[in-house]
Design a protein around this ligand. Structure first.
Ligand code: IPE
Ligand code: IPE
Ligand code: MG
Ligand code: MG
Ligand code: MG
Length: 323
């Protein structure tokens, strides 16, 4: 995470998270796991996006920070429960809550994280509080819809690319588009401005999940801080498997189907070669780049040129991430 830009924003986010954690002392059986997961960190993509979106309107203050941290708390709730659902024992290079403690502890920690997120969001003074809460809540519900579809698809033989795209728009895209939108709302943006920021976040979110799917096969557990091959082991249809089935043929396609049916982590290396040689990796990277360009185009009319340039630097950092 040391390669992360925006050190000043990050420090403000971390300090604000600590302040929120300070208000949660007792009981430790609930708050120790919450402190643990929040302090391990992560890329802080969503709170940065909230702050940088507000920055394109020339705003930055404590209200924006409260909203940013509320979004990060919500994101961590989704991860804690997602790791139970995906049976993943490592996240951010450390044991997940359910493996370090137990499943009940992780379920409750996740529940409390949403509550603390709402507390954080609702303590700001804002003329459009109802709109802020609705925006946030719609995303909470939609992430759950996306997670439900994700699980549904695991048990199915065929998933179309269109179904997959709808699913990732809900499970990942919505949280990023909401981050950008709510940052704009917190900064008192006009309806057109917050719509533009939301569109930016939606493109970025799609690119981000395609990349997450690629990294699940192409990275290393060390670099990712979470297990490589997790999607393979769960026999998941992802952007990568769907593209590979379209792009490969003959023996390569046959071997791909065998590897996907088997799911063993020992086959990740061979799968990486198939994806690279078959052009699937290159096609994924091309699509990620195209989406980031679309995201950039959405920002054409934002008032702060300096703010827009920072948000574009951020998008390009996301585009090049390897973890
Ligand atoms: C992980 O999100 C879940 C996905 C939607 C891919 P991040 O990759 O942003 O996770 P952290 O917060 O940096 O650990
Ligand atoms: C997680 O998707 C999305 C949410 C937590 C809502 P994944 O299951 O692909 O995320 P990772 O790969 O575990 O981070
Ligand atoms: Mg999952
Ligand atoms: Mg997962
Ligand atoms: Mg993943």
């Amino acid at each position: 995470v040391s390669q992360t830009p925006f050190r000043e924003h990050r420090e403000a986010i971390e300090a604000h998270i600590e302040q929120v954690l300070d208000s949660c002392p007792y009981p430790t059986s609930l708050y120790d796991p919450i402190r643990y997961v929040m302090r391990i960190g992560g890329k802080r993509v969503r709170p940065l996006l909230v702050m940088l979106a507000a920055g394109t309107l020339g705003r930055r203050d404590t209200a924006v920070l409260d909203v940013a941290v509320a979004v990060e708390l919500l994101h961590n709730f989704t991860l804690v429960h997602d790791d139970i659902m995906d049976r993943d024992d490592v996240r951010r290079g450390h044991p997940t809550i359910h493996s370090k403690w137990d499943e009940g502890t992780a379920i409750l920690a996740g529940d409390a994280l949403i509550g603390v997120a709402y507390r954080c969001l609702s303590r700001i003074e804002h003329s459009e509080m109802g709109e802020l809460i609705r925006t946030f809540t719609d995303a909470v519900v939609e992430v759950c819809e996306g997670q439900a579809l994700d699980k549904e698809f695991e048990g199915r033989d065929t998933v179309t690319l269109a179904e997959y795209e709808d699913m990732i728009a809900r499970k990942t895209g919505r949280l990023l588009s909401m981050s950008a939108r709510i940052g704009g709302l917190a900064a008192q943006g006009s309806p057109q401005q917050v719509d533009a920021l939301e569109a930016f976040g939606a493109y970025l979110g799609k690119a981000f999940q395609i990349q997450d799917d690629l990294l699940d096969y192409m990275s290393t557990t060390d670099a990712l801080g979470k297990a490589v091959g997790s999607d393979l082991a769960m026999h998941k249809s992802t952007f990568v498997t769907l593209m590979a089935k379209q792009m490969l043929s003959g023996n390569s396609l046959m071997r791909l189907n065998e590897i996907l049916a088997n799911g063993s982590p020992d086959l990740v290396g061979e799968l990486q070669r198939l994806l690279t040689d078959g052009g699937v990796l290159a096609e994924g990277e091309r699509q990620v780049e195209e989406l980031v360009h679309k995201a950039e185009a959405a920002l054409a009319d934002m008032p702060s040129a300096e703010g827009v340039s920072q948000l574009l630097t951020f998008a390009n950092w996301i585009l090049r991430r390897t973890f």
